[in-house]
Ligand binder design. Structure first.
Ligand code: NAP
Length: 296
């Protein structure tokens, strides 16, 4: 158990998460657990901010000396013009999930890429340059996955979506990116053929997320086409494991769920806000698992 008791005083510094809605966010649980463990005079709060109030809210954060904040749906792209500085990784991804205050200016970055890569590199930290990744979905999270896989130097990056216009927009959105992103786009009917080549298969769609726990983006028959030693990575963290990951384990693939990504992107944000390199990541994971009623 972690010590979650924090004493808020006149000197307590403010962190938080902006989104709309934000009431289901797990970030306050994991961040407050680790802040309490570190004995720091900080508190991390949920801030439900409707889209039309975003600009005034950010001005207000400056006025009340908020130290930094996480950004979630629907503000991850809308916040960009309100920031003084945007780190190259966030420019590349086209979305900001972490904002910090530097010299009274707001600086945006994106820690989802680091969060996505951490469990993957912990599982397999070798050369990816001969490997193929197949990414299911072309939404916001897929952007961090494409950026991460580009950083790892994958030989081929395939993105599979259900809407060809969205896919084409997704591909062209990387045209001016500082990352040399080179992706192949496909509709779902190409999936069986692609899976047979995939060393890494990533689900970035919400298919299989609670409460639709009986769903998977693909059939067991298609999952069985994965090559031996392939890794299946689901960004979803509730349930744990998803049906997608159960199928992957059934066919002998290595499974990675989204919980560690959630923890690691949060830990990367805390490193920026607290200006300290060592964050007790296990405390964050424990707090999340306790909140979600997960034993493992
Ligand atoms: P998003 O921007 O709405 O993108 C969702 C993508 O999935 C879109 O490309 C959408 O296709 C596709 N999709 C949705 N329903 C589908 C269906 N029934 N069949 C086929 N494709 C479908 O959402 P997001 O922000 O990327 O989040 C996606 C998932 O990742 C969520 O489950 C979220 O919880 C998870 N996530 C986890 C973490 C973590 O830290 N573990 C971080 C971020 C996100 P269209 O483009 O055609 O609409």
């Amino acid at each position: 158990m972690t010590n979650n008791k924090q004493l808020i005083t006149g000197t307590t510094k403010l962190l938080g998460v902006i989104g709309y809605p934000v009431k289901h966010s797990l970030s306050p649980v994991m961040h407050n657990a680790v802040l309490a463990q570190l004995g720091l005079d900080y508190v991390y709060l949920p801030f439900p901010i409707e889209p039309q109030n975003l600009s005034i809210a950010i001005q207000g954060f400056g006025a009340i000396n908020v130290e930094g904040f996480s950004v979630t749906i629907p503000h991850k792209q809308a916040i960009l013009p309100l920031l003084s500085e945007i780190e190259p990784i966030a420019q590349a991804v086209g979305a900001v999930n972490t904002v910090s205050r530097k010299d009274n200016k707001w600086v945006g970055t994106n820690t989802d890429v680091e969060g996505f890569l951490a469990p993957l590199q912990a599982t397999y930290n070798q050369d990816w340059s001969q490997k193929v990744v197949v990414i299911l979905g072309n939404g916001g999270a897929a952007r961090a996955v494409v950026a991460g896989c580009t950083q790892l130097g994958f030989a081929e990056i395939h993105v599979v979506g259900r809407n060809i216009q969205n896919l084409q927009q997704f591909r062209s959105s990387w045209d001016n990116s500082p990352l040399a992103v080179d992706i192949h786009i496909h509709t779902w009917d190409s999936l069986p053929k692609l899976i047979a080549q995939a060393n890494l298969l990533v689900n970035t769609t919400p298919i299989g997320m609670h409460p639709n726990i009986g769903e998977s983006p693909l059939s067991l028959e298609d999952m069985a086409k994965l090559p031996p030693t392939a890794i299946a990575y689901d960004l979803i963290y509730i349930p744990k494991p998803t049906k997608f990951l159960q199928q992957a384990q059934h066919v002998g693939a290595i499974a990675i769920d989204g919980l560690e990504m959630l923890v690691q992107q949060g830990a990367a944000a805390l490193k920026i806000w607290l200006q300290q390199q060592t964050i007790p990541v296990d405390v964050m994971g424990q707090a999340l698992r306790a909140k979600l009623g997960i034993n493992s």
